[in-house]
Design a protein around this ligand. Sequence first.
Ligand SMILES: Nc1ncnc2c1ncn2[C@@H]1O[C@H](COP(=O)(O)OP(=O)(O)OP(=O)(O)O)[C@@H](O)[C@H]1O
Ligand SMILES: [Mg+2]
Length: 342
Amino acid sequence: MIESILDALTEPALLLDPVGRVAIANESARDRLGVWVIGQSYVSVLRQPALLAPVEDAFALGQGGSARFTHSSGAVETLFDVRVSPVRGAGGKRQVLLVFRDVSEVQASESMRRDFVANVSHELKTPLTAVSGFIETLEGPARNDAPARDRFLSMMGQEVRRMDRLVSDLLSLSRLEGQSRRRPTTQVDLARVLRDVAATLTLGAETEGVTINVDAEAEATVPGDRDQLTQVFANLLENAIKYGAQPGTVTLHLSPVERDPVIKGPAWRVGVSDEGAGIAPEHIPRLTERFYRVDTGRSREQGGTGLGLAIVKHIVNRHRGRLKIDSEVGRGTEVVVTLPAA
Ligand SMILES: Nc1ncnc2c1ncn2[C@@H]1O[C@H](COP(=O)(O)OP(=O)(O)OP(=O)(O)O)[C@@H](O)[C@H]1O
Ligand SMILES: [Mg+2]
């Protein structure tokens, strides 16, 4: 009876008999902690002092408690929050029930949130410090120096625009997170988006000596959000221009895919390639993390926030598409976006 009740729990649970041996390990406990625990003393099963004390209290004083317990099996470490409760068994003898709640994910998301806040604060603090430095100089030494004043004002403008971009990027990320389950439904012509993005960036590219090639003759309709897709290709093209070879060529290549194995249907593939220095393989999986930059100094100098690819990834996911970064150090990079066709 008790056994089947405990088996119904999704959390691992152990019932200790009056002398402290594991009388029952439910199915989840046998699965996650191992079958070997049955019949063992709790001291040899738990082994972590933080958890032994509340179990002793439960036996000796009939007091409930809780503690953290780390379980490792192979390479995987799981953090449990363990609830310790005294229960009356047959004959009125005291038994102790342990219920393990897996809190690894909660813990990981807490630490991600802390990192995120620390990153945002740091990114905002840098331009703020610069601006307050300029203000001090303008109030003091440069008060009557007109050319210096102009120079400082223009640098202040630059820092303020950077903060403004950072805040807009953060807002767009949080909006995207809210919409991730709602797939866009309007029909968008990808070829048109690519041509428009290229047209907008051509002038800026030319000043850097970069030529943009658009290889997108066909009309390519996908269900999508036009502004968001524009944001995706603008960022990828901007990256190719910024981090690619200068002078050099950047190519946008649109082609149909008869059946994409992951999307499980017809799709459109857009490759954005450059002839730049490329990206070392160890960085590639991390590029879509917020604020991750290979060369922070270089990216900042160019006004980058390191949020571009994180936004790209979110938008592509919302469109049920795929993002892939192929790069070879010394040869260049191709970022491929594959989107389900209409
Ligand atoms: N085509 C590329 N070639 C080489 N490195 C690249 C390329 N695209 C991106 N990267 C690297 O990936 C990092 C992250 O790119 P991401 O677009 O997220 O940020 P950013 O361009 O630095 O800033 P933002 O996009 O906010 O202006 C860049 O800082 C750069 O180091
Ligand atoms: Mg970018």
